[in-house]
Design a protein around this ligand. Sequence first.
Ligand code: AHR
Length: 494
Amino acid sequence: MSNHIVINADLTKGTINKHIYGHFAEHLGRCIYGGIWVGEDSDIPNTNGIRNDVLEALKALSIPNLRWPGGCFADEYHWKDGIGPREGRKRMVNTHWGGVVENNHFGTHEFMKLCELLGTEPYVNGNVGSGTVQEMSEWVEYMTFDGESPMADLRRANGQEQPWRLKFFGVGNENWGCGGNMRPEYYADLYRRYQTYVRNYGDNKIYRIAGGPNIDDYRWTEVLMREAGRMMDGLSLHYYTIPGSWEEKQSALDFNESQWFETMKKALHIDELITKHSAIMDQYDPQKRVALIVDEWGTWFLVEPGTNPGFLFQQNTMRDALVAGLSLNVFNAHCDRVRMANIAQTVNVLQSVILTEGDKMALTPTYHVFEMYKVHQDAELLELSKSSASYELNGQTLDQISATASRGQDGKLNISLCNVSHEAPAEITIELRGLKDAQASASGRVLHAADMHAHNTVDAPNAVAPVAMEGIRFENGILRATLPAASVAVLSIG
Ligand code: AHR
């Protein structure tokens, strides 16, 4: 069976919020320390302590928002330990992640500087699990209050005269687990209380995000929406693609065809999760005012051999690229409810976009997917229907292709495509209806490799990189192209 797609170029289905292309950087392993922050005295070229190579690479992705400081770390982070002269900052044990010493050298000021340099919106995650209402309230006052107050004065004493603009604020993280092991009824009450003191100062209007469900915990969503839905702007959802099981994870690099298939299937499961959580949200919020914020997603494999198990450092292959492409296509399709998502995590942790070793850096296949897909940020989602060939293995079946079509603010029509088959190319016919420009031409880029295990390392950083797509034919509104096996592509028409 062939792959046939119909796109109605004049029928939009909503805006793909650019925040779907968000990122997440936790104090975990070598994400912040070594991956982003090297300190002003480092031999690694840096700007205010932030490494320049990573900064430039991230800038090229147009990251819309960055979530920090965790994750599980957020619920044991005490922000006052991370302000003031660095040499005097308190040292603590990062109990969740490897039991290493956290010297608090990267704190609020350093994070805000990173966001400023990246031109990205900060998304700060507060501490409910082990922090007080006062601590959370004072953090918001410290960051955003313009007038005279104890916290605004303290900020000024630490060198920041003007308040920062802070839009996104998370009230706890995974409060069903590492963020306090709470029941939804208890967390819903705590959420109501804590968020009361997350104040809007001046014209800084905070978008409050409640700690949401784990995977398919629909009861959590039900209770949170019923008890606290009207007091939140977003409800988070965490879902990781874990082939094998949580207890018996598998290698990031050493996998077979069955494990490839299982990974694709598990990545696509996010579609069902979003559909079902959204259906519950619809009952309490039919206007879709509250967004579903998928603020942790991505692959979770075994750590690379010889590395600290608490650092969650894993390599990243074409398989990860497909997980990224599929997941983003799913989020795009649900843009009426999913208005933010954050891949876990930015550098050196889980499904990273960047890996570093000392002063060297490699961009992962996942990075290239984010770079190719950035055309969808704030673009209009176009109506698309597809009839896909089947990808079959061991008696199981998936659609061979996944796709999103959108129209960017520059008027260009962009189509992202994934071919999940590890072995078969996908011949695709795309019928473009309602295209105004009869002279439009088509071009594209594709990310693929002869071997599904292909990946980049700091010593061989260009093994996987997008190339111009050959053989695209576009005549009379019909586009024909062949996607190589195990590939991600973005075609542009205009
Ligand atoms: O991303 C790693 C961890 O996964 C986060 O700290 C936590 O929120 C989740 O369980």
